[in-house]
Design a protein around this ligand. Sequence first.
Ligand code: OGA
Ligand code: MN
Length: 287
Amino acid sequence: MRQAPTVAGRLPRIVPTGAALGACVEGVDLRGLDTETFAFIYQAWLDHQVLLVRDQSLTDADLLAFSRRFGDLDEAPIQETGRRFVEGYPEIYVVSNVVQNGVPMGSLGAGEAVWHTDMSYLPDPPKASVLYAIEVPPQGGDTSFCSMTAAWAELPDPLRQRAAGLRVKHDGTYNSGGYVREGVTPTGDPRTSPGTLHPLVFVHPETGRPGLYLGRRRNAYIEGLSLEDSNALLDEIWAEATRASLTWTHQWRVGDLVLWDNRCTMHRRDAFDPAARRVMHRTQIRR
Ligand code: OGA
Ligand code: MN
């Protein structure tokens, strides 16, 4: 059933997931939010890092209009199959396994997408991503989120001491589905592969909360260490940072919109039956 549009003075309900991060926003239609309701949702997003809004019926224009309230949008990135965006909407990136006339309509296929932060191989990654479910498989394809502020807060002391002040090279060779990005020559050496150095501990510019900033494990490299020491320390940190108690998993329904803070969370996706259809539209907010 459609929910009534928000009226001024009646704010939506924020229901935390009970996990380390995430909350559901109830009683809201994201089309045409008033200023007060938007400010309320924005604060809830900063507080909970990931928001789920169910039962929406958004056109691509609605999705763009909602996303734009958070800031300037990026154009859809070029992926393994070239630039896959919605015709006429270059900011809407398609995440899909569906193949039409031999051409994939989107990125990431039907396999697992490993833990990652979006586009951290760039010097200035997008602050947020919005993912909207248009078609979902009957099972599989769940998306999990991990709180990187909680990961930092709960990191054992000896590891915290070793991590402080370090920078990590975020690799730009592979995307989270394991596909080589277009125009990149794959290399197994993270010291020379394309990418960007970011501090391992990142202070969130809006909340002031510190968090681990890991990006992706594959081809990551800690500046100044031997490859062996870098891999050993990264493996230790990653094992702590992706413990189940730091995560929340979402099972999609059509009409779900999920908005995540890309500065203080990571996400991953389960594989699903390649014969099933999964179609998601994504926007990214630059800053
Ligand atoms: C993304 C992503 C996972 C999913 O859009 O950045 O990682 O569940 N998607 O489709
Ligand atoms: Mn992603």
